[in-house]
Ligand binder design. Structure first.
Ligand SMILES: [Zn+2]
Ligand SMILES: [Zn+2]
Length: 392
């Protein structure tokens, strides 16, 4: 079974838990003991970005696992037979998971402190809500550079199958921590990534920003000086310091890259053209800082992006979302079994459908135009499939 198929099988579980969290939040809000943390527009946008991330991952197999396998085969420092026996033992599996989590910590930390890696990771942080749908909000460009951080595992002879499996475990673990409905958990919060300390990670408050990077273990943050506890006196404000203000899934993935590209073109010195990509997010070369200084972040001025939705638009979005979910599940289920050109055609058509849906949700187009774009995308996709002989 492929990782994409495992995600498809896990999706109903994700959706049931999302529904339960929503119902729980609504009931608590009614009784005055808490609040509902969901908005339909934000949740559809986040889950849509998860779909885009999973679909694009199909085409990045070479980066996600190909380079790893090549390094494992030719550069591993441990004799293959011994490595296979050790890493496939119960203790080996557990250590491989801890090893993966350690590498993930550093990828995640650099993901916040190096602009080019932030450009990929930012997608996970753009939601101004914090709930289980936020967990599914993932980058489509993460695999471009993420693989570098896991090469130590290949050098240590962790077999690709073990690597992929523990990677999936690490990712799936992180689903449940994206909730405001679970409070502090005592000792658990000090050892493991938990709802409380991951809320802090998603917050833009000065006290919280760039803290708590751990995936499964929060011990890494305590060891390397990036841990901070949630403080009830300082509620988390979620999102990014440069808000996306959009539900467009393509723009969500391109926002930071575009800013970096623009800065590196505009700045004069050649060294700055390069530095722009590797300095922490928000860094500006001296000439740009002088000519076009960025405003200081002020948490009191944070506004929530929330274009109004009519009851009709909500119903339309709910139906479209359900159909899209089915289409994406079919795509992911068969993706690794089909030739790449066929998969690419379906991918482009599904992304166009997703894009149009999100554009209508944010009020950038009408239902009629959205349907026209989607019909055109599906018709062109169908014709391309005919040309490729997919239906023959
Ligand atoms: Zn992060
Ligand atoms: Zn998160």
């Amino acid at each position: 079974m492929t990782p994409s198929q495992i995600i498809v099988l896990a999706t109903p579980v994700f959706l049931v838990l999302i529904a339960l969290e929503f119902i729980w939040g609504v009931r608590r809000e009614r009784s005055g003991r808490g609040r509902n943390t969901y908005r339909i527009n934000d949740a559809i946008s986040s889950i849509g970005l998860g779909m885009l991330s999973q679909m694009s991952a199909v085409f990045m197999g070479l980066l996600r696992i190909g380079v790893y396998s090549a390094v494992y085969t030719s550069l591993s420092l441990v004799p293959p037979a011994a490595a296979q026996v050790f890493w496939s033992s119960p203790l080996g599996w557990l250590l491989a998971l801890v090893f993966y989590d350690f590498c993930y910590y550093w990828l995640h930390r650099f993901g916040h402190r190096s602009a080019i890696l932030w450009a990929a990771h930012v997608v996970h942080h753009q939601s101004q809500d914090y709930n289980l749908s936020t967990a599914l909000r993932q980058t489509a460009t993460g695999p471009l550079l993420g693989w570098i951080f896991y090469l130590p595992m290949a050098l240590a002879g962790v077999p690709p199958l073990v690597f992929v499996t523990v990677g999936l475990v690490d990712l799936l673990y992180q689903f449940w921590v994206h909730t405001e409905q679970v409070g502090r958990l005592g000792w658990f919060d000090r050892w493991f990534c938990s709802p409380s300390n991951h809320r802090v990670h998603h917050a833009v408050n000065d006290r919280y920003v760039d803290r708590n990077y751990g995936g499964i273990l929060i011990v890494w943050d305590r060891l390397f000086g990036t841990f901070v506890e949630e403080d009830d006196r300082e509620p988390c404000v979620y999102g990014t310091r440069k808000p996306l203000d959009s539900f467009d899934p393509l723009w969500a993935n391109a926002q930071v890259y575009r800013g970096l590209l623009r800065d590196s073109i505009r700045t004069r010195r050649w060294s700055d053209k390069l530095r722009v990509w590797f300095e922490p997010p928000g860094w500006q070369p001296a000439d740009l800082a002088a000519s076009d200084p960025q405003p200081r972040f002020d948490i009191t001025r944070v506004e929530r992006f929330d274009p109004p939705m009519s009851a009709r638009l909500r119903r339309f979005a709910a139906v479209q979302f359900t159909l899209l979910l089915g289409g994406v599940a079919l795509f992911l289920w068969f993706a690794d079994l089909r030739p790449v050109p066929q998969s690419m055609v379906s991918f482009v058509a599904l992304v166009a459908v997703l894009w149009a849906l999100n554009r209508v949700i944010q009020g950038a187009t009408t239902i009629r135009r959205c349907l026209a774009i989607q019909a055109a995308a599906l018709a062109i996709g169908g014709l391309a499939h005919l040309a490729l002989g997919s239906f023959g």
